[in-house]
Design a protein around this ligand. Structure first.
Ligand code: FAD
Length: 317
């Protein structure tokens, strides 16, 4: 029996969430008194995974898998899970992970719990804590099946350094044309842009910015910080920004380390989608704006004065 983690990478580079998922996998393996195997697909620098507890690193390299395809990836992970006799497979909750995990669960005839935020509180029965209702509530779920797929919520467990000695091996999966007959590829990443799902920092603009012509300073601030850009619903409804940037209850969820909201009032539907972010900063000229109650830091001021000064200061670093 072993625990298997899928360490997600993009263009060969591990995402931060990959290390978080390995950290979590190590904890689960310790609880089960078993070893931790980690599988990678077309990733570089795989030995870095041993810093977070990987004991066996299985690398899959295949040009057909250069672009994420949920069906093909789920088939590969099934083959690796079976080879490793893994009872528990852990996958992150990135956009790709959310697509991949249920497919894998079906392939393995496993029970699946998404949005898991903690290590299992009990092994027998096997129970995990999950977030629900836009992070307003938690529930405890028991997975009764022998095989289990766990979807780890982003920014829930954190990085835990746990240096291990890891063996490395390669695995050549059997791929069929059927693996590629659904076009389940990742589509939301414009070349060179950081996606909201992958971003550590998100800079988000609201109707307070008055119009699309003023987004230059939002993009500049995002560039300086290495951040993704996002917006409130009315901004995308008005066509100022693409719908892919709309965050909130009816948009994308954000679980970044830092979320900077500029000219956004802080309506409950907006906050519902961003309250998993660790640190929230608001810039708004109305001291009564509801966002100030939800934020960790706030600047009461005109965005058109504050943001250029912020960019200027940050450029000094
Ligand atoms: P506004 O409410 O107009 O706020 C603009 C803010 O900018 C104000 O606080 C103002 O003080 C400030 N401001 C103005 N000028 C400046 C300046 N010069 N400098 C600094 N600040 C300034 N909204 C979402 O965002 N995401 C969702 O997923 C979502 N889903 C919804 C689902 C439903 C069913 C419903 C009914 C609504 C939903 N909404 C959603 C809409 C939500 O209720 C709000 O209307 C919306 O979030 C407001 O967007 P806003 O803060 O950009 O605009």
């Amino acid at each position: 029996m072993s625990v298997l983690v899928y360490a997600e990478s993009s263009e060969g580079k591990f995402k931060k969430i990959a290390f978080e998922t390995v950290s979590y996998g190590k904890k689960v393996a310790e609880l089960l008194e078993t070893s931790l195997s980690v599988v990678t697909i077309n990733a570089n620098n795989v030995s870095s995974l041993s810093d977070y507890g990987a004991q066996k690193i299985i690398t899959v390299n295949n040009d057909k898998l250069n672009t994420f395809n949920a069906k093909a990836y789920a088939d590969v992970l099934k083959q690796v899970a079976e080879k490793e006799s893994a009872n528990i497979v852990i996958i992150d909750s990135s956009n790709n992970g959310l697509y991949l995990a249920p497919l894998l669960a079906v392939n393995l005839e496993a029970g699946y719990a998404s949005n898991v935020v903690e290590a299992p509180s009990s092994i027998s029965p096997f129970t995990v804590k999950r977030k629900a209702f836009s992070n307003k509530a938690f529930n405890t779920t028991e997975i009764k099946t022998d095989k289990k797929v766990i979807g780890l919520a982003k920014n829930s467990f954190g990085l835990v350094e746990n240096k291990s000695t890891a063996t490395e091996e390669t695995f050549s999966p059997t791929l069929t044309d059927g693996d590629f007959n659904i076009n389940s590829t990742s589509v939301d990443k414009a070349k060179g842009k950081i996606t909201i799902a992958d971003a550590d920092i998100v800079v988000s603009g609201g109707r307070g910015l008055k119009g699309p012509e003023n987004w230059g300073m939002i993009e500049e601030l995002a560039d300086v910080l290495g951040a993704a850009t996002a917006c409130s619903k009315p901004v995308s409804d008005l066509g100022w920004r693409p719908h892919s940037e709309h965050v909130g209850q009816t948009g994308k969820p954000v679980a970044s380390n830092l979320y900077i909201a500029i000219g956004i009032s802080g309506a409950i539907q907006h906050l519902a989608g961003i309250n998993s972010s660790k640190v929230k900063v608001v810039i708004n000229n109305d001291p009564e704006a509801p966002f100030f109650k939800a934020a960790d830091y706030g600047i009461v001021g005109d965005a058109f004065e504050v943001v250029p000064k912020l960019i200027e200061k940050l450029k000094e670093f």
